[in-house]
Ligand binder design. Structure first.
Ligand code: NAD
Length: 276
């Protein structure tokens, strides 16, 4: 493939104080875009934006809040004249098997990952359609293809987000907007550290994990190439996608992957007496 030709865009990134969102913001700026970093963590997002220089601006956004979304779009307009690309990245998990999570923890995951992201898409649909262009990139998860033990409600939100994303993209097929959905596998961020601390999430360690910068490359490339959907890794990701369709196959292979994940996790855990 030839070089990706960059045209400067204004990119609004959610959950940009840490992890994948921070890596997306940093790379987008390197590629000469301007970025509005948003996050629920005010101190962290201000710090992160400051460290990225004059092509970065910051705003506080809890993606669960409709008013917050309106303010974020207004902040982007004030800073850089409007939003060309929304990277809907913010997400959370609470680790543990479904029977152990409190009802409020199940609700939190749904309210952030699913309802918060839906609120962002709906805000962007209205504002981007009014301006006549825009690109919505949703950062979802490989768990949107495969139900996993230790991730019941998280997986449910990612399945739901993928369904919502493609439904809207089809509804809007004759409009001016572009839609991309990107599915990271295990990625070395604070979220994976949280999972490392809980043996019920062992399956996350069955395969190699990615650096957030690798996921960011796919997201920032997508600003130019506008793929419909990106899976990781490109080939094995497609196999996983198929496995999710056959529940009997799933029930056989997932416990095998989980056992491998447990062994890998044991190897990765800091050993007593070391500062790893
Ligand atoms: N890390 C992984 O292994 C992995 C794998 C697949 C998908 N993902 C997805 O990638 C996205 C980014 O995850 P990450 O690994 O970078 O996580 P992370 O925990 O490192 O960072 C998430 C960021 O989102 C922010 N955030 C949390 N709740 C928010 C809210 N209500 N409103 C706005 N911001 C909020 C946090 O403050 C944090 O800065 C998430 O949607 C996650 O589900 C992550």
């Amino acid at each position: 493939m030839g070089p990706v030709i960059e045209q400067e865009k204004v990119v609004l990134v959610t959950g940009a104080a840490n992890g994948i969102g921070a890596a997306v913001a940093e790379l987008a700026i390197t590629r000469s875009h301007r970025v509005v970093l948003s996050d629920v963590d005010e101190v962290a997002v201000l710090d992160r934006a400051r460290s990225l220089g004059p092509r970065a601006a910051a705003c506080v956004l809890d993606i669960r809040s409709s008013e917050g979304w309106a303010r974020a779009f207004e902040a982007a307009e004030a800073a850089f004249g409007g939003v060309d690309v929304l990277v809907n990245n913010a997400g959370i998990t609470h680790t543990g098997v479904a029977r152990d999570l409190r009802p409020q923890q199940h609700r939190d995951i749904v309210e952030v990952n699913l309802l918060g992201t839906i609120t962002g898409v709906c805000t962007a649909l209205e504002r981007m359609t009014a301006q006549g262009h825009g690109h919505i990139i949703n950062v979802c998860s490989m768990t949107s293809f495969l139900p996993l033990p230790g991730y019941a409600t998280y997986c449910a939100t990612k399945y739901g987000l993928r369904a919502f994303h493609h439904s809207v993209a089809i509804e809007e097929r004759n409009g001016p907007l572009d839609f991309t959905i990107i599915h990271p596998p295990s990625t070395r961020t604070g979220m994976l550290d949280q999972e490392m601390a809980d043996p019920s999430c062992a399956i996350s360690f069955a395969e190699r994990s990615y650096a957030p910068q690798e996921i960011a490359r796919a997201v920032v490339d997508a600003i130019v190439t506008k793929p419909v959907e990106v899976v990781f890794p490109p080939l094995a990701g497609r196999v996983q996608r198929v496995a999710g369709v056959f529940p009997r196959l799933m029930r056989r292979v997932i416990p095998i992957a989980e056992a491998r994940g447990r062994r890998q996790r044991e190897r990765l855990l800091p050993q007593p007496g070391t500062d790893r």
